[in-house]
Write a protein that binds this ligand. Structure first.
Ligand code: ADP
Ligand code: ADP
Length: 230
């Protein structure tokens, strides 16, 4: 199975139709592969992800997930195939349990605490008087930025999906949070992974690394360049 396939994709943002971000872009990921995508800031790495998630439609070419063009899925079906952890995770208004389960009630408490353990959040949540029933909102940040990011990853690990997209999941975080996130993915996620990162250390998770330059994804030539080491 080809987990992700971009074939001859072209894309320009509607506001800047004469400045295409991607042209003749190809990408092939086998099921279960973990691929890092690096490249200069502004190269279009996040744009590729937005296209795979169908936030935007390519001007040309096709995108397939699990051997099916993404246009043949309903948006709900596509969301079930793909989990993403954005660069800046945010809680929504609700309890921690609802944030974790997206209001799907089928999970047992044992499952919830299991994934929370994978992302090292059990101690922080057990410390709260209401534990998983604690009410959170963007205006009421009970968890730190790193903890919210890890909560979001826990949610992704809880909901079965075949593709996990991590777009700079660790760029705002310290090395401890980064290590927790990468280790959890390594040990507890068996699907296909796309990791966009600037951090050389994060790429240890990946089977191979592609570099995006002028719309082209190519195997990265030299380690450490132009990726910054932090
Ligand atoms: P990367 O993730 O590699 O840093 P992006 O995919 O975020 O790059 O952005 C690629 C280019 O597209 C940049 O020049 C950026 O300014 C531009 N861009 C990103 N989002 C939008 C948008 N919503 N509208 C117009 N231009 C955008
Ligand atoms: P971030 O990684 O976003 O910078 P913090 O530095 O605030 O997060 O927290 C780092 C770790 O310290 C977290 O795992 C959190 O569980 C723990 N922690 C945060 N606040 C406390 C506290 N008051 N007592 C004990 N541990 C805490």
């Amino acid at each position: 199975i080809q987990a992700v396939a971009l074939t001859d994709v072209a894309f320009a943002y509607p506001q800047r139709p004469t400045a295409p971000i991607l042209r003749h872009t190809d990408l092939r990921l086998r099921a279960g592969e973990r691929v890092g995508i690096v490249g200069p800031s502004g190269a279009g790495k996040s744009t590729i992800i937005k296209l795979i998630m169908r936030w935007y439609t390519p001007d040309q070419g096709t995108i397939a997930v699990n051997d099916r063009p993404i246009t043949t899925y309903s948006l709900d079906q596509l969301r079930q195939q793909i989990n993403d952890v954005p660069q800046v995770a945010q809680v929504f208004d609700g309890t921690l349990r609802e944030n974790l389960t997206l209001r799907v009630t089928a999970f047992t408490d044992a499952q919830l605490w299991q994934v929370l353990d994978w992302v090292h959040l059990t101690a922080a949540i057990r410390r709260l008087p209401d534990q998983l029933a604690t009410q959170v909102s963007r205006d009421r940040p009970i968890l730190s930025a790193g903890e919210v990011q890890r909560l979001e990853l826990a949610r992704a690990l809880l909901h079965p999906s075949s593709l996990l997209i991590l777009d700079e999941p660790t760029s705002n975080l310290d090395v401890v949070n980064e290590a927790v996130i990468l280790t959890a993915v390594q040990h507890h996620y068996s699907g296909t992974v796309i990791l966009v990162t600037h951090r050389e250390s994060s790429l240890a998770l990946c089977d191979r690394v592609l570099e995006l330059n002028h719309g082209q994804l190519r195997p990265r030539q030299h380690a450490g360049n132009p990726v910054e080491t932090k």
